[in-house]
Every structure is written in C-alpha cells, then in structure tokens.
Design a protein around this ligand. Structure first.
Ligand SMILES: NC(=O)c1ccc[n+]([C@@H]2O[C@H](COP(=O)([O-])OP(=O)(O)OC[C@H]3O[C@@H](n4cnc5c(N)ncnc54)[C@H](O)[C@@H]3O)[C@@H](O)[C@H]2O)c1
Length: 290
C-alpha cells in the first residue's frame, strides 16, 4: 500500500537490485509464441519463475524447455485458453496452489491474423475491411482484448491483495498509428484483392492501451502498476521486398531483433519502473516519430 502522506517510500538500494526479480512469479500469456518465450527469458534471467501460458500446450512446453535450457528450473508451461473465464480462474487456483503467488502478468497473447493466407476466409482478400469475416473479428478481439481483460480480472486482485504487482500489456506501434497498407501490396493483384493489415490489429492494440490506463488507476492505491509496451515489428524472416519497404518508414531502417525487447520488458515488470504506471513505452526504431 502506498503511503497516504504522499511521501515516497524507500528507494531501491541500487539499480541492479531494482531489476532483481528473485522469488517472483510471472504469468506470460501467449508464452508459446515468438515473443512470449523472449519475455520468459527476460524474467527468468532476473530470477523470476516464468509461467508460459498458451492455448497450445505443446508450444508452451517447447518454449519452457528452451528457457529452462538457459535458466534451469525457471520456466513452466501451462495450457489455458484465456478467452474462457473458468479456464483463467482454474489457472490462478493451480498457480497459487503450486507457487503461492503471482507478481507479474504479461498480457502478450494474440490471435495474430497474418495478412496472407487465412484458410477459413480463403486467400489474401479476406483481410480487406469490406470482406472482413465477423468470426475472425470476434476471435481476434476475444484473444487480444477480452483475454487480457479476463487475465487482469483474475490476477489483478491477487496482486492487489498482496499489495504489489505489475501488469504489462503488449500493444504495438500500430496501437498508436495506422498501418501503412502500402507495405502489404502484392504485384499483379487488383485493388480490391490487395491484402491489408487486419482492422482487428489496430482495434486490439489501441484497446489494450485504454485497458492499461484503466487498470493503472484502478489498482494504483493497492500497489499494482499497469503499463503497455508498443513494440515495432520483429524480424522473423519476412519477405525482402516487405523489409525494404518497411525500412523506409523506420528511422533506424530495420525491424527489431527477437531479443531486442527483453531489456524493455525487464524494466517494465521490475521495480526499475516503480514510479511508472499508465504509460505506453514505445520501442519501434523511431517509426512513430516520423
Ligand atoms: N512479432 C511482432 O513483430 C510483434 C510486433 C509488435 C507487437 N507484437 C505483439 O506481441 C505479442 C506476441 O507476438 P508474437 O509474434 O510472439 O505472436 P505469436 O503468434 O508467435 O504468439 C502468440 C501466442 O498466443 C497464443 N494464443 C492464441 N490464442 C490464445 C488463447 N486463446 N489463449 C492463450 N494463448 C493464445 C498462440 O498460441 C501463440 O503461441 C502479440 O500481442 C503481438 O501482437 C508482435
């Protein structure tokens, strides 16, 4: 609980100590994905136990194994569909029984519709607003936004009861700016067949920023902080034409390395950011400043 006098509590003794996560338990949704594993590596390196939560348990297990290879005993995998309230509540009960605490929640899971090739909707054209399937809209919102809300609803009170905790919502540079649809163009396709970044991506990421501010004020007096990170795109073997076009939109002229957000996550979930709440930390190679 913060001191109601308005006087700051004791500052961490050192910067190194401020980043220390020894003994803390961190829930990472979408832990089986590309960045979920990296968030897990970040918190595990600093001493926390990373709980990699994913609807795809096999993916979470593979990721946890990789994290344990680097930091033995610091990662466990849990299967959970975060769109189902009873599944998230069961996860909380399971984690409290096994570990006794949850200190950190990283809302990272996403449906991540790729611009190309949604088999359900058939080809590239599905992503266009005029044709955007309602079931894809519902599913993207369910994972990215409702799932984050449900995890906050379930794990936030655990943190508030303990008088401390941190929620980190993984937004995107596209939570702050519109997608530049010229990036996704394919030669030889008619205008109404050109793929675009799905509308749900912008809506989910902007929504997460709103959720961040709401949560930050809601539990501030109970010692729970909430922030968002707005990362730019991560290099993962994308098409060279796409990379070239994207580079022109980014002052640093490249995508992020896969490990390049780990220190940011470490900062946001540790006491290093103890006077920060309700903020959106943009880490995008400068894209949104242009
Ligand atoms: N990769 C990038 O370039 C990039 C850039 C900016 C922001 N982001 C954001 O970072 C986060 C992680 O991105 P990523 O590239 O690692 O994505 P990813 O697709 O590799 O991982 C997402 C994970 O979420 C899981 N998931 C989906 N539905 C779920 C559900 N109902 N319950 C539990 N888990 C579920 C998936 O199984 C998957 O493992 C996302 O929020 C994404 O939007 C990514």
């Amino acid at each position: 609980m913060p001191d109601p006098s308005g006087v700051p509590g004791p500052a961490p003794a050192s910067v190194r100590e401020a980043f220390d996560l020894s003994g803390r338990v961190a829930v990472i949704t979408g832990g089986g994905g590309l960045l979920g594993r990296k968030h897990a590596e970040a918190v595990a390196e600093l001493g926390a136990l990373a709980i990699l939560v994913d609807v795809d348990l096999a993916r979470a297990e593979t990721a946890a194994e990789a994290v344990n290879g680097l930091y033995p005993g610091r990662a466990v995998a849990r299967g959970c569909d975060i769109t189902r309230p009873e599944a998230v509540e069961a996860l909380r009960d399971d984690l409290l029984a096994a570990h006794g605490r949850v200190d950190i929640l990283i809302n990272n899971a996403a449906n991540n519709p790729k611009v190309e090739g949604n088999p359900k909707a058939g080809g590239g054209q599905w992503s266009r607003l005029e044709a955007f399937p309602l079931d894809v809209w519902n599913q993207d919102i369910a994972v990215g936004l409702t799932g984050a809300f449900l995890c906050a609803r379930v794990f936030g009170p655990v943190m508030a009861a303990a008088g401390r905790g941190v929620i980190l919502n993984v937004a995107s540079d596209l939570g702050l700016i519109a997608p530049d649809q010229r990036l996704y163009r394919k030669a030889g396709l008619a205008e109404d067949e050109q793929p675009v970044k799905p509308v749900t991506y912008s809506v989910v990421k902007a929504g997460l920023i709103g959720l961040t501010r709401y949560l930050a004020t809601y539990w501030a007096e109970r010692g729970v902080r909430a922030n968002a990170v707005a990362p730019g795109g991560v290099h993962a073997g994308q098409d060279p034409d796409f990379l070239g076009r994207l580079a022109h939109l980014i002052p640093l002229a490249r995508m992020a390395h896969q490990d390049e957000y780990k220190a940011t996550v470490a900062y946001l979930v540790s006491d290093a950011s103890s006077y920060m709440t309700g903020a959106v930390l943009t880490v995008d190679g400068g894209r949104t400043c242009w």
